[in-house]
Design a protein around this ligand. Structure first.
Ligand SMILES: CC(C)(COP(=O)(O)OP(=O)(O)OC[C@H]1O[C@@H](n2cnc3c(N)ncnc32)[C@H](O)[C@@H]1OP(=O)(O)O)[C@@H](O)C(=O)NCCC(=O)NCCS
Length: 282
C-alpha cells in the first residue's frame, strides 16, 4: 500500500509514466508533451495525500528495492468505486506488475459499481474489459471559444459548502453515489457555479469545466456555456460520451472542434447523463 512518505517518489514515477505515454499517443498536430511543472508536481502530491487520508486501502504502489515502479490509486465512495490514476514505469511494463496493482484495487472495490477515465493503452483496456467494464469512447471539444457566440445566461449562482447536500443527491442519481468529501476538495481548488438544485459545474483555474452534473439538458447547457465564457483562450471540454452529445452541440456552437480521447470505463451503472466526469474524481 502507498505510504505518505512515498508520495514524492510516486510522483516522479507518475510523471515519467505519463510523459512517455503522452509522447507515444500524441497526434502530430499536438505539442510535444513536457515534464510536469513544479506547480503540477505539488498538486499531484496534494491530491494523492487527500486520497490516502480518505480511503488508504484503495491506494497501491509496486516497489523494486527503493524505487517505486508502479501505482494504482482508487477510492470507494458509498456504492461506487473509481480509479483516479494508474501506471507502471516503461522499463517495467508487460511483466504483470500492472495486473497485480489493478487486481489489488478491484479487490478493494468488491462488488461496487465503478467508473474511470481510461487511456487507449492496449494492456490497460484489456485488463478493464476482462474485469467487466464497458468502454465508452470519449470525445473532447478543443479550441478557442468564439466570444461572439456566447449567449446571455441567467439563473446561475456561485456555489458553496451549503450546496453539497443537494449536489450529492444529484450525483447519486447520475452515477450511483455522491462525491462526499471530494466536493470539499474540488471547491478548495476550483470555482463552483450552480443552478440551485438543478445542476453544478466546477471550473478550474484555466476556465475548463472539471466536473458537471445536471438534472436536465437545458441546465447542463447553461453550465457549460458559463464555463466557456470564463475561458481566457484555448479551452478543453473532456470526458464527453455519446449520451452527452448536448456538450458536443454547445462546443460546436462556440466554434470548438471535436477530438477523441480514450474511454469512460463503467460497470454496474448506465452511462451518466447529463454529466461530464472529472478525470480524477469521476
Ligand atoms: C497500463 C499499464 C499500467 C499496465 O501495466 P503493465 O505492468 O504493463 O501490465 P501487465 O504486464 O500486468 O499486463 C496487463 C495485461 O495487458 C497485456 N499487455 C501488456 N502490455 C500490452 C501491450 N503493449 N499490448 C497488448 N497487451 C498488453 C498483458 O498481457 C496483460 O494481460 P493478461 O494478464 O491477460 O496476459 C502500463 O502499461 C502503463 O503504465 N501504461 C501507460 C499509462 C497508462 O496508459 N495508464 C492507464 C491509465 S487508465
Amino acid at each position: 500500500m502507498l505510504r505518505v512518505e512515498d508520495l514524492p517518489k510516486a510522483e516522479r514515477t507518475s510523471d515519467a509514466v505519463f510523459l512517455e505515454a503522452d509522447a507515444r499517443d500524441r497526434r502530430v498536430s499536438e505539442p510535444e508533451p513536457e515534464p510536469r511543472s513544479e506547480e503540477g508536481t505539488k498538486k499531484w502530491i496534494d491530491r494523492m495525500r487527500y486520497f490516502l487520508e480518505v480511503d488508504p486501502e484503495g491506494c497501491w504502489v509496486a516497489a523494486d528495492g527503493d524505487e517505486i515502479v508502479g501505482f494504482a490509486i482508487s477510492q470507494n465512495r458509498g456504492r461506487v468505486w473509481y480509479l483516479a490514476t494508474y501506471g507502471v514505469l516503461p522499463g517495467h511494463q508487460g511483466r504483470g506488475i500492472g495486473k497485480r496493482l489493478i487486481d489489488a484495487t478491484l479487490a478493494h472495490a468488491g462488488d461496487r459499481a465503478g467508473l474511470f477515465s481510461s487511456t487507449v493503452h492496449p494492456g490497460a483496456t484489456r485488463r478493464y474489459r476482462l474485469a467487466g467494464f464497458s468502454l465508452y469512447p470519449q470525445m473532447r471539444m478543443v479550441g478557442t471559444v468564439d466570444r461572439a457566440t456566447l449567449p446571455a445566461i441567467t439563473g446561475l449562482d456561485e456555489g458553496g459548502e451549503g450546496d453539497f447536500g443537494w449536489m450529492d443527491e444529484l450525483d447519486e442519481r447520475r452515477r450511483g453515489a455522491g462525491h462526499g468529501p471530494d466536493h470539499k476538495y474540488l471547491l478548495d481548488n476550483n470555482r463552483l457555479v450552480v443552478s440551485r438544485r438543478r445542476g453544478y459545474v466546477y471550473i478550474d483555474g484555466s476556465g475548463r469545466p472539471a466536473l458537471l452534473a445536471a438534472e436536465d439538458r437545458e441546465t447542463a447547457e447553461k453550465l457549460l456555456w458559463e464555463s466557456l465564457a470564463s475561458s481566457p483562450g484555448e479551452t478543453l471540454v473532456n470526458c464527453i460520451t455519446t449520451a452527452n452529445e448536448w456538450a458536443v452541440d454547445v462546443g460546436l456552437a462556440a466554434r470548438l472542434d471535436i477530438g477523441q480521447e480514450g474511454y469512460l470505463a463503467l460497470r454496474g451503472m448506465p452511462e451518466p447523463a447529463p454529466y461530464l466526469a472529472s478525470g480524477q474524481f469521476l
